[in-house]
Design a protein. Structure first.
Ligand SMILES: O=C(O)[C@H](O)[C@@H](O)[C@@H](O)C(=O)NO
Ligand SMILES: [Mg+2]
Length: 382
């Protein structure tokens, strides 16, 4: 079945999610954001879709790389298409990103699910039909009543437990917040949350990402006293040696890498260097669902868990198809925002959570996005 069309529709939608100077999300005034829908069609008229930032799949990327590789190829040859695209990355002057590869590959999976009327996690090979979620907070802020003090983290954590979460991951304060980075404030927020939720809720920290080895060691040892489940990305992930040193000096599991490039190859290096106790990969960060599965299977070969980075249909599909992952990252959450609010371009969210803290894998065909095509058509801007 040959691919005949690759198109991108950019549309606007209202959001209260704003981004700070360091790229971290926080609540803000309602504004109009742009989203791109990648649409891949075959000669039989069946289509697959993926949503992402417009700049990732801007016309230069689609015209110079994606269309050249995809048009005429068999839509079921996902691995060959992915390898062909990946080989264009080196010569693209870093313009063809892993995130762009991930969007193309996701749309190919979505096509297959829609064609064969199966959810992607079942096409991969399902492992589960529900998964416990952890509430992943937004980074700390300076908003009164938000996440501006350790006490406010504690109060929010109580709300999350009441909603049904059985685990909470704190993203704490980062620059441009005036006092950040501050290891002691990070620890105070973690202590306030532990105090608020008691001993039976799993807690994790994913704070400032540029600490020194000694600062990271200090925080890690404090997290051990608070019985945290894992310690995530406290230092630059380019230094696997630093993580190997940290993991050797801590008992709390060190988890990573999240934001490091290098797809499944860098993850293999981390395992080989003992740089983490739990591996990490997200569909966007490693170039797609199949590369993410390669990381999860690598981890499984070493008796390790692989906790999948990020929310959304593609990450949820991977979680649904692997055993060595305990959680689905549901977020990012904030006291001022309701995560369950449905974006205007969807008819329902892909990851509703029940009162026991479980997200049920979607049984809709494809990635499971319940797309509001009429809204997208009406609000398309390109
Ligand atoms: O932009 C980021 O750093 C990530 O999106 C982050 O906020 C969050 O997704 C994360 O680190 N999860 O583990
Ligand atoms: Mg993280």
């Amino acid at each position: 079945m040959k691919i005949t069309q690759v198109n991108v529709e950019v549309f606007t939608y209202p959001t209260r999610r704003s981004v700070d100077a360091a790229g971290h999300a926080h609540p803000g005034e309602e504004s109009l954001a742009k989203m791109a829908m990648l649409r891949i069609a075959t000669e039989d008229g069946v289509e697959g879709y993926a949503f992402g930032a417009p700049e990732l799949i801007r016309p230069h990327i689609i015209d110079s790389f994606v269309r050249k590789v995809l048009i005429g190829q068999n839509v079921m040859d996902r691995e060959k298409i992915w390898q062909d695209l990946a080989h264009w990355q080196r010569g693209s002057a870093s313009q063809l990103t892993d995130r762009a590869l991930a969007l193309v590959e996701q749309a190919l999976w979505d096509w297959a699910g829609r064609k064969f009327k199966q959810p992607v996690h079942k096409l991969i090979g399902g492992y589960r039909d529900k998964v416990l979620a952890y509430g992943s907070t937004m980074c700390g802020d300076d908003l009164p009543g938000g996440l501006s003090t350790p006490e406010e983290y504690g109060r929010f954590a109580e709300q999350l437990v009441a909603r049904g979460y059985k685990a909470i991951k704190l993203h704490t304060w980062m620059p441009p917040i005036s006092f950040a980075p501050d290891p002691k404030m990070d620890v105070r927020a973690c202590a306030a949350v532990r105090e608020a939720v008691g001993p039976d809720i799993a807690l994790m920290l994913d704070g400032y990402h540029w600490y020194s080895r000694t600062d990271a060691l200090y925080i890690g040892r404090e997290l051990e006293k608070l019985n945290f489940a894992w310690f995530e990305e406290p230092m630059m992930e380019e230094s696997a040696e630093s993580y190997a040193w940290l993991a050797a000096n801590l008992d709390i599991p060190v988890l990573g890498p999240e934001s490091l490039g290098g797809k499944y190859m860098s993850r293999a290096s981390w395992v080989g260097q003992g740089a983490c106790d739990i591996l990490r990969a997200g569909v966007a960060g490693v170039g797609g669902i199949a590369p993410c599965l390669k990381v999860a299977h690598l981890a499984e070969s070493y008796g390790m868990h692989c906790e999948i980075h990020g929310n959304g249909a593609a990450n949820l599909a991977v979680v649904g198809a692997i055993k060595n992952c305990d959680w689905y990252e549901r977020g990012l959450l904030h006291p001022f925002l309701n995560y369950d609010d449905v974006p205007a371009y969807l008819n329902s969210i892909v990851d509703p959570m029940d009162s026991d803290g479980y997200v049920h894998l979607p049984d809709r065909p494809g990635l499971g996005e319940d797309i509001n095509f009429a809204y997208i058509e009406t609000n398309t801007v390109n």
